[in-house]
Design a protein around this ligand. Structure first.
Ligand code: HEM
Ligand SMILES: *[C@@H]1O[C@H](CO)[C@@H](O)[C@H](O)[C@H]1NC(C)=O
Ligand SMILES: *[C@@H]1O[C@H](CO)[C@@H](O)[C@H](O)[C@H]1NC(C)=O
Length: 542
């Protein structure tokens, strides 16, 4: 009798202590969602526990989010998770100096030592050091690389008769395309020619993708961040990730070492490149040559350079190849006149798709809208996470987000939300970006197109929140480089593909089953068939 009373008392005391210890988290939950927020916690825990897999989490968040008041906070263990899916919330978080770091959930990334995952002061320094490597001039000098690899891919498409049948698998096209983009990445980041577009015997491209997928598992199952547990609980994944990591570390390591040796030799003889074509001016400007200079000044070690190269190849490869595939999917499934308009515009501006130039890209306005719209509807990077390094106030609310909270930024759902994109939010319609551009130029047509349109963030304050379109994130820790540059390679490839082939698919976009594997994937990707037919050879306008 007395014993049980004592136990109860102990239990109650413990509960009070725990609540006290987490009082800031509970206060935030209260401030954001009131009583409802507190009462719904157990429900959220159950929902979370049931869906801890990259294959289901995005789909379930998309389905259940509408039943909750957002922004929303849920207590997970000792931390509070804050879910944000509105432009104002995004703006606040992406610009808050307290929210610049990535979370411990992302420690499982194999490239965690590069810029992508660096924290605090280290990140600041790195970002400052690396920024110049992505200036306009440098990227503009890569057009020859984009074109030559792009032409190779067209040849590959043409030379493989099984590729332009009535239906090739989306995943097969993806495989081919991602190898081509990886070749571009290796050239632009490390200045190293590879034959990945033709052949990838060592499965380098595949290893990069598998490691991303494994990282995605470790984000949703954080206990796998602990090496021992990863090894014990998921031995197969552990082994696979170890093998892939080693393969990629060796691949990049060897390139960096060779490059560095050549660079030092060249430095010693005063600018001549031994064994390399010295006429290739762009070779001097590639990412890795720029950071060798940092190493020479003692600002970085060779090992750190390898990590940076590793991480750069990853970010510039998967995102770009995935974005191109998503755009092709939108194109092939579109029943409207999108493809016809694109082709007409391209034929008018680019007479020879064998060489696409920077000035030409800048004239392709419909292509621009098409790319933006596909990045809006199918955000390549669906969600971002941020770690809160100090208590801070959520703008426009009385809510204080405590230190060590984890912020989930749901770009994917925000960019498909009727609240910001109007009733056609879930449809693919490039016109909305053109309409918006018109409106922002000052042509006021009141009453029309309300709730559609976006584009340059600076010009759309009146109609739509500039943070409602964030495919590249925003703020201090956004995708590196100036905004048009990231899409150059995408556009060069798309111009070549669209001017050579017709893409059709019977698949419907509404049937996509979304998977959060760091970059956006589909559970039913195998059901997607693309019909790719070469256009008639004549180059005349249709
Ligand atoms: C269409 C293609 C691309 C998309 C959709 C994209 C998207 C993104 C997004 C959403 C982030 C923010 C991640 C976060 O906050 O968690 C990011 C970061 C980054 N991106 Fe991209 N990106 C693309 C292409 C590229 C390319 C071509 C490069 C470079 C060669 C690049 C370099 C980076 C780097 C270095 C970061 C990390 C920045 C930092 O943490 O300071 N991205 N990207
Ligand atoms: C690429 O292939 C060509 C011919 O197929 C070959 O001469 C060249 O050495 C290969 N390059 C690499 C980096 O494997
Ligand atoms: C996503 O990653 C998981 C975990 O590795 C994997 O099982 C699944 O096949 C991947 N899904 C897609 C569609 O790529």
């Amino acid at each position: 009798m007395h014993l049980s009373v004592a136990l109860w008392a102990c239990g109650a005391l413990l509960a009070v202590l725990l609540t006290w210890q987490q009082r800031k988290s509970w206060r935030l939950i209260w401030q954001l969602n009131g009583w409802r927020g507190v009462v719904q916690q157990p429900l959220l825990w159950i929902l979370l526990c049931l869906n801890l897999h990259p294959n289901s989490i995005l789909e379930k968040v998309t389905k259940y989010r509408v039943y909750f008041q957002r922004p929303m906070a849920v207590l997970v263990g000792t931390r509070v998770l804050v879910y944000i899916d509105d432009p104002a919330g995004m703006e606040c978080i992406l610009n808050a100096p307290e929210c610049l770091d990535k979370t411990f959930l992302q420690d499982g990334f194999f490239v965690r030592r590069g810029l992508l995952h660096a924290r605090g002061q280290r990140w600041k320094l790195r970002r400052k050091q690396l920024n110049p490597a992505f200036s306009h001039n440098i990227v503009a000098s890569f057009f020859d690389v984009f074109n030559s690899v792009g032409n190779q891919i067209i040849e590959q498409f043409l030379s493989q008769p099984d590729l332009h049948g009535k239906g090739v698998k989306f995943t097969d096209v993806e495989d081919l395309l991602s190898r081509a983009v990886l070749e571009v990445s290796c050239l632009t980041i490390m200045g190293t020619p590879t034959n990945f577009t033709q052949i990838d015997d060592a499965h380098i491209a595949h290893s990069y993708k598998r490691l991303l997928e494994i990282s995605a598992v470790r984000v949703v199952k954080p206990w796998l961040q602990i090496r021992l547990l990863h090894r014990l609980l998921a031995p197969e994944l552990y082994e696979e990730s170890r093998k892939c990591c080693k393969l990629l570390a060796d691949f990049v390591g060897e390139i960096v070492t060779t490059k560095h040796r050549n660079w030092r030799l060249r430095d010693a003889v005063g600018g001549e490149t031994p064994g390399e074509d010295s006429s290739a001016g762009w070779q001097r400007r590639i990412f890795i040559e720029q950071i060798f200079q940092l190493a020479a000044n003692g600002e970085m070690t060779l090992e750190e350079i390898m990590h940076e190269a590793q991480s750069m190849v990853l970010v510039s490869f998967e995102t770009v190849s995935n974005s191109i595939m998503l755009a092709l999917l939108c194109l092939a499934t579109n029943k409207g006149d999108c493809q016809r308009r694109l082709l007409a515009e391209i034929r008018a501006v680019v007479p020879d798709s064998g060489h696409v130039g920077l000035e030409q890209l800048q004239q392709l306005r419909y292509l621009d809208a098409f790319v933006s719209e596909s990045l809006r509807l199918l955000a390549t990077v669906p969600m971002n996470l941020r770690h809160v390094s100090r208590d801070f106030q959520l703008a426009g609310r009385d809510a204080i987000v405590p230190q060590n909270s984890i912020i989930v930024l749901d770009t994917f759902n925000m960019q498909r939300d009727e609240r910001w994109w109007g009733p056609t939010a879930k449809q693919f319609d490039p016109q909305r970006f053109l309409d918006h551009e018109e409106q922002s130029k000052g042509h006021d047509n009141p009453g029309s197109g309300s709730g559609t349109g976006s584009g340059d963030p600076r010009r759309q304050r009146d109609r739509r929140h500039s943070y409602s379109f964030l495919p590249f994130s925003n703020g201090l820790r956004s995708c590196i480089g100036m905004s048009p540059l990231r899409t150059f390679i995408m556009k060069v490839f798309l111009v070549k593909l669209i001017s050579n082939f017709d893409f059709q698919s019977d698949f419907e976009l509404e049937k996509l089953q979304f998977v959060e594997n760091i970059s956006l994937k589909f559970k039913n990707a195998d059901d997607i068939l693309l019909a790719i037919q070469p256009h008639k050879q004549s180059k005349e306008s249709p």
